[in-house]
Design a binder for this molecule. Structure first.
Ligand SMILES: [Zn+2]
Length: 361
């Protein structure tokens, strides 16, 4: 499933006389198979091939609404926002004045934690409770900057122009003069988003913004002064810790999706059965997301049909567990699964040793 692509209606062969046709009417509920003659009657042959490639859940299922723009199939505000950016509705009224939607959209693409992406979005949309913002909303606070007293505490002043903030930027590896920082918040953010050279050092800026904001809060709420060098060091430490954590995660990530049928392929699954009826199954997989799916299928509606099958299989065993192990500890099974995936056959590997039931301990 390419979740960036918009779902579309199937292309009909000729005129569709059934405007209220539901998906479940295209399925033989008894056998849980597609009604091929009806599909051929209604849709073009290429569409029939695509449709029949979709897995059907067993038993009758009424139609429900789905959200195809996340991996899980569950709606999130972020994905809704992203869809609005990618598929703008022509009926949306024109925006007058500076259009910051591109900046807002980019906030969610910056390589940093979700918390910091949200913080970047708050900066651009003016959702930080600095003196000038609170005062403009009728809250009785002094709009002057607590740290320097040189002007109103706007978001731009607090993050870029206040002397301690300016000092932190000057000490950082991020190139500053002549165009940064300026008195304009949006151009400062645009500079950080799109004008920095390609280097790992540059990626610290979300953390630097965050620790400048924290230093401001320490001053406002505890009258505690934080040295700009300390602020910069905290930003660098956190940014590096996050970057190294991403490397570890990418090494252990082990699934990929295919089209037209969306399915997870798991590298290296080790199953152990024991007992007279093999009623204990312990699975070890190196795909952390598969473990989450099986543990909480309701959070992954996009895989509902497949996860229902998993649930049915689970019920056949008295004990079933699926545990995540790093791929580095599962290299043999991973190698086997990878070689199998490259083969164009249905049966990839048959062990020459017959299966042996382990004795009950
Ligand atoms: Zn100030």
């Amino acid at each position: 499933m390419d979740y960036r692509r918009s779902p579309r209606s199937a292309i009909c062969a000729g005129i569709n006389y059934y405007p209220h046709l539901m998906v479940n009417q295209l399925i033989n509920s008894q056998s849980s198979t597609w009604n091929i003659p009806l599909l051929k009657q209604l849709f073009e042959s290429a569409e029939v091939t695509r449709i029949t490639g979709i897995t059907i859940a067993t038993g009758y299922k009424p139609d429900t609404c789905g959200w195809m723009f996340t991996k899980t199939g569950r709606y999130t505000v972020k994905s809704g926002y992203s869809v609005l950016q990618d598929f703008p509705d022509e009926e949306v009224p024109l925006v007058f004045g500076p259009d910051v939607r591109r900046l807002q959209a980019h906030a969610w693409k910056v390589k940093c934690t979700t918390k910091l992406q949200h913080f970047l979005w708050q900066i651009i949309t003016g959702c930080l409770s600095v003196g000038a913002r609170l005062s403009s909303r009728g809250i009785r606070v002094d709009p002057l900057c607590v740290r320097c007293g040189m002007g109103d505490e706007t978001i731009n002043h607090m993050l870029f122009e206040c002397p301690p903030a300016r000092q932190a930027w000057a000490l950082s590896p991020i190139p500053t003069p002549p165009c940064f920082p300026t008195g304009a918040l949006f151009s400062n953010m645009a500079h950080l988003f799109w004008s920095l050279p390609e280097a790992d050092d540059m990626m610290i800026y979300p953390w630097l913004l965050w620790f400048i904001w924290k230093a401001r809060n320490y001053k406002v709420f505890s009258n505690d002064d934080h040295d700009p060098r300390e602020v910069l060091e905290s930003a660098i430490t956190e940014a590096r810790a996050w970057a190294s954590a991403q490397t570890v995660l990418n090494q252990s990530g082990s699934f990929r999706q295919t089209t037209p049928r969306s399915r997870y392929r798991v590298n290296g699954v080790k199953l152990m059965g024991r007992g007279r009826r093999q009623n204990v199954v312990q699975g070890l997989v190196d795909c952390a997301e598969l473990v989450k799916m099986v543990a909480k299928p309701e959070d992954w509606p996009a895989f509902e049909a497949l996860l229902e099958e998993v649930e049915k299989c689970k019920r056949k065993f008295h004990v079933f567990s699926l545990t995540h192990i790093p791929r580095t500890k599962n290299t043999k099974a991973d190698k086997l699964a990878r070689s199998a995936r490259d083969q164009p056959y249905d049966v990839y590997y048959v062990n020459s040793i017959p299966p042996v039931t382990l004795p009950v301990p």
